[in-house]
Design a protein around this ligand. Sequence first.
Ligand code: MN
Ligand code: MN
Length: 336
Amino acid sequence: MREHITLTQFIIERQRTMPAASGSFTLLLNDIVTACKRIAHLVNRGDLIGVLGSAGTQNIQGDVQKKLDIITHDIMVSALGWSGHVSGMASEEAEALIPVSGQYAKGQYLVLFDPLDGSSNIDINLTVGTIFSILRCSEGAEPELKDFLRPGREQVCAGFVLYGPSTLLVLTTGNGVDAFTLDQDIGEFILTHRNLRIPDETSEFAINMSNQRFWEAPVKRYVDECVAGSDGPRGRNFNMRWIASLVADVYRILNRGGVFLYPYDVRDSSRAGRLRLMYEANPMAFIVEQAGGLCSSGRQRIMDIEPGDIHQRVPLIFGSRNEVERIVNYYASADD
Ligand code: MN
Ligand code: MN
């Protein structure tokens, strides 16, 4: 019979090898997982329980909010606030930082999350997810904005849950990347993918081609060369894949390689990119690097960016090492 290792077992066993780790982290992760199981249930029930469709509001980013954006945000906040392990939260769906209610103790972690990534796809039954990033903070104090605005390399854990044909949790604590599949019958995440590695080589790229005319020269060059295939300088054919759901695109690349680009474009100079640094780019960068890939803005490693705003957007290029390196080199030679 196949060995079934639950997520809790996995984390506790890993904790034993890290003298500084506390049980508090395991309990925090359990709360996140509980919230994600509730979200998985709602996403799965969909129209049967009336949770699909627009809420008729906009978030701070100017995105139209879906009903599930708001519901999943509330689920995350209520699942994390009470336990005493968290001292503050930040969410894509809330302009301000989310304090922990005064009746609860403040713990040693900050949690930043995108409660429902890819939510524009929810009404057409495509894969969506929940992304989270965990930072350490000083226990007991009311966290300030500066405690959140730390570069991605300081994350202690990052993960996402994918609500697809299966519900999957992808997780890193800085020791490789592992994935767990939710066993709906027993309600537990079971380790199914140990130490995911992104192949260095790939022949797949993912980009929103409709923005082509707004790209900078290095990205134009890279994509032109891929599209030219065996007739061009790369001497081989490439395939394009674009799900437009970050969690789903990341998961594909974790499993079979590829490169994803949501680059800087010249449409709106006040907007550096599309994806958000603190709860999209940073957690994905941590996961991608831990799986042997690279993650860059084109000009800088994502996890070295010093954040200036909790909702800051960044250009995002990640995936198979050799392709990301090539794109970064194209930027460097264009900027010389
Ligand atoms: Mn998102
Ligand atoms: Mn979202």
